[in-house]
Design a protein around this ligand. Structure first.
Ligand code: A2P
Length: 222
């Protein structure tokens, strides 16, 4: 009946606990501030503004609300595979549990700013298997051969008029380039890690020390 349909959320995911949200916001803003000032970044400014003019990355990316890593976008049951996902045993068993997410990289494109999440085997039980593979194949065809869970990320900000769903697509594009053997251009050893440029405005900072982020597996109704 209609009640069952509305009982499915907008999405399931891991919601970062508030203590770590603040830390990540600070770290990520510091990163944007530094990136802004690098000569290598300035050289490729045209990717961001269409002009060789300076951009203030902290202004460029709008925050997108509570920091989380989406596992399954259900769209209140309208998304394909939503019901099946909600009925998975692992989803029921782990609902409300706290996990330690490992944030292993930060990435910036002209559209989105995000953190890559490296999932453990246990966490992968909460990742949708088939639907995700299809979704990946649709948005980034070459990403179909990436390991399950490659899309896992936390959206940290979006450029004007860009939807957060783009962050996962941008991450898959970078990982696809890596898988195809594109080394990228290692531009800088930063305090946080190694910064690599993958062309057309794609920047990835591999964190020397992954950020461990406690997060609650739950859902968002909006
Ligand atoms: P993300 O997980 O990259 O942050 P919205 O507010 O646009 O409805 O999105 C709610 C959340 O669901 C966001 O976190 C968003 O992106 C994610 N999301 C939206 N649409 C999709 C989709 N088609 N596939 C996967 N995730 C989505």
């Amino acid at each position: 009946g209609p009640l069952e349909e509305v009982s499915l959320p907008l999405y399931f995911g891991w919601f970062l606990l508030s203590s770590i949200q603040d830390k990540i916001k600070c770290t990520s803003m510091d990163f944007l501030k530094t990136l802004d000032t690098l000569e290598a970044f300035k050289k490729h400014l045209i990717d961001f503004s269409g002009k060789a003019e300076e951009v203030d990355l902290e202004q460029y990316f709008q925050p997108t609300g509570i920091l989380h890593c989406t596992t399954k976008f259900c769209n209140y049951g309208k998304a394909e595979g939503a019901k099946e996902y909600a009925e998975k045993q692992a989803v029921k068993d782990f609902y409300g549990s706290i996990f330690d997410l490992s944030l292993s990289a930060l990435f910036v494109t002209p559209r989105t700013f995000g953190a890559r999440v490296s999932l453990t085997e246990e966490q992968l039980q909460l990742w949708p298997a088939d639907a995700d593979a299809e979704k990946q194949a649709e948005s980034v065809p070459a990403a179909a051969s990436l390991p399950l869970g490659s899309r896992a990320h936390v959206t940290l900000g979006c450029a004007e008029n860009v939807e957060p769903v783009q962050t996962g697509v941008d991450l898959l594009e970078i990982l696809t380039l890596q898988q195809e053997g594109q080394q990228g251009e290692q531009v800088e050893e930063m305090e946080l890690g190694t910064l690599t440029y993958y062309g057309t405005g794609k920047w990835l900072l591999n964190l020397r020390e992954p950020i461990s982020a406690p997060a609650c597996f739950s859902s968002f109704y909006g």
